[in-house]
Design a protein around this ligand. Structure first.
Ligand SMILES: Cc1cc2nc3c(=O)[nH]c(=O)nc-3n(C[C@H](O)[C@H](O)[C@H](O)COP(=O)(O)OP(=O)(O)OC[C@H]3O[C@@H](n4cnc5c(N)ncnc54)[C@H](O)[C@@H]3O)c2cc1C
Length: 288
C-alpha cells in the first residue's frame, strides 16, 4: 500500500499546470481530490512519476451563473455542489447527485472534475452530466475546446480528454419550464459507488405531457450512457404509471451490462429498469 516514488508540484495558476503537463506528457498526472488517484497509486495500478496538484489554483473552484448557464469549476468539491442553495433552486439534480456520493470525507475532498476525468463506470456524476447535456471545457497549451457530455465518456476509465488537456469547467444550460429532475441509485454498501444510478431531467407542458426527457445511467456498463430508448418512449406521453413503466423497460437497450460478485449482469439490467421507473416517477411528480 505504498506508492512508487514520484515528484510533486503545486502550481499556482492553470497556465503553469498546463505547461508542466505539456513538458511531461508521459510522466505526469493531474492530482485533484486524490480520492481515486491516490488509492490507484497505492495499489500501483497507476505509477506517475510526477503529480501536478491543482489544489492551489484558486480560480478552478466555483459555481457561477452566466446568462442561462451554470458554470462549475473542475475543482469544485462534491460537498460544495451538494450544499448550494442556489443549485437546489435552479438545477436540483446537481445537489441531489452530489449528496449521494460516498461519505462526508469523500464529498469534502473529491471534485466534480476529478470524478468526470476519471470516468469510473460506477461514478455518480457521469449520469447527471449526461442527463443535463453538459459541456466540458478542456484547456491545453494552445487554447480550449468544448466536449459534449455524450462524447466525453469513451470507455471504462477513459474520456475524450487528450494528452496535455486539463478539464477546466463544466457548463450546464439552466433547464426551463415545468422541469422535474431526480437521481436515484443502488449504492454498493461498502464504497457507496453506484451498482446502478439513474439521473432524469424532464419537462412537462401545462397539460402534463412530457415535452423533453434526458436520462443518464451509470453503474451498468463500462461507461455511463444516455438511455435514448427511454427518452424516445417518454416524449409525448402523459407520464402516467403505465407510460413510465413502458419507457423504463428500454433502460438497457443495446447495452452490454457488467456482472460482478455483487450484481450479475441480469440483476443489473433488472435494477436499471426498476430505478429508471422510480427516478422518472420522482422527476414527473416534481415538475410543478
Ligand atoms: C471510499 C470512497 C468512496 C467513494 N464513493 C463514491 C461514490 O459513491 N460515488 C462516486 O461517484 N465516487 C465515489 N468515490 C470517488 C470520489 O468521488 C472521487 O472524488 C472521484 O472519483 C475523483 O475525484 P478526485 O477529485 O478525488 O480526483 P483524483 O483522484 O485526484 O483524480 C482522478 C483522475 O482524474 C484525473 N484528473 C483529476 N482532475 C482532473 C482535471 N481537472 N483534468 C484532467 N484530469 C483530471 C487525475 O489525473 C486522475 O487520473 C469514492 C472514493 C472513495 C475513496
Amino acid at each position: 500500500m505504498i506508492p512508487a516514488q514520484f515528484d510533486y508540484v503545486a502550481p499556482q495558476t492553470l497556465d503553469e499546470a498546463i505547461s508542466l503537463l505539456a513538458k511531461n506528457p508521459d510522466e505526469a498526472k493531474i492530482l485533484a481530490g486524490g480520492h481515486s488517484l491516490i488509492p490507484a497509486m497505492k495499489l500501483r495500478l497507476a505509477m506517475p512519476q510526477m503529480l501536478i496538484d491543482l489544489g492551489r489554483i484558486k480560480d478552478l473552484s466555483y459555481i457561477r451563473e452566466d446568462g442561462g448557464r451554470i458554470l462549475i469549476g473542475a475543482m469544485t468539491t462534491h460537498y460544495q455542489l451538494e450544499s448550494s442553495d442556489r443549485l437546489r433552486d435552479i438545477c436540483p439534480l446537481l445537489p441531489e447527485t452530489a449528496g449521494q456520493i460516498g461519505d462526508v470525507q469523500v464529498r469534502n475532498k473529491g471534485t466534480i472534475g476529478g470524478s468526470l476525468a476519471h470516468s469510473d463506470p460506477a461514478a455518480d456524476w457521469p449520469a447527471a452530466i449526461i442527463a443535463l447535456s453538459a459541456e466540458m471545457v478542456a484547456a491545453k497549451a494552445n487554447g480550449e475546446r468544448v466536449i459534449k457530455a455524450d462524447d466525453f465518456f469513451v470507455d471504462m476509465l477513459t474520456t475524450a480528454l487528450q494528452a496535455g488537456e486539463i478539464l477546466r469547467e463544466i457548463r450546464i444550460t439552466v433547464p426551463q419550464g415545468r422541469v422535474g429532475q431526480a437521481y436515484m441509485k443502488v449504492a454498493q454498501p461498502a464504497s457507496g459507488f453506484a451498482v446502478v444510478g439513474v439521473a432524469v431531467n424532464l419537462v412537462r407542458d401545462q397539460g402534463g405531457a412530457c415535452t423533453s426527457a434526458s436520462i443518464g445511467i451509470t453503474g451498468v456498463a463500462s461507461k455511463a450512457y444516455r438511455a435514448s430508448g427511454v427518452e424516445t418512449a417518454l416524449v409525448g406521453s402523459s407520464l402516467d404509471a403505465k407510460a413510465i413503466a413502458a419507457a423504463a423497460a428500454h433502460a438497457t437497450d443495446g447495452v452490454d451490462a457488467n456482472g460482478d460478485l455483487f450484481a450479475s449482469d441480469t440483476y443489473r439490467r433488472h435494477l436499471a429498469q426498476v430505478y429508471t421507473r422510480r427516478a422518472i416517477e420522482a422527476a414527473a411528480s416534481r415538475a410543478k
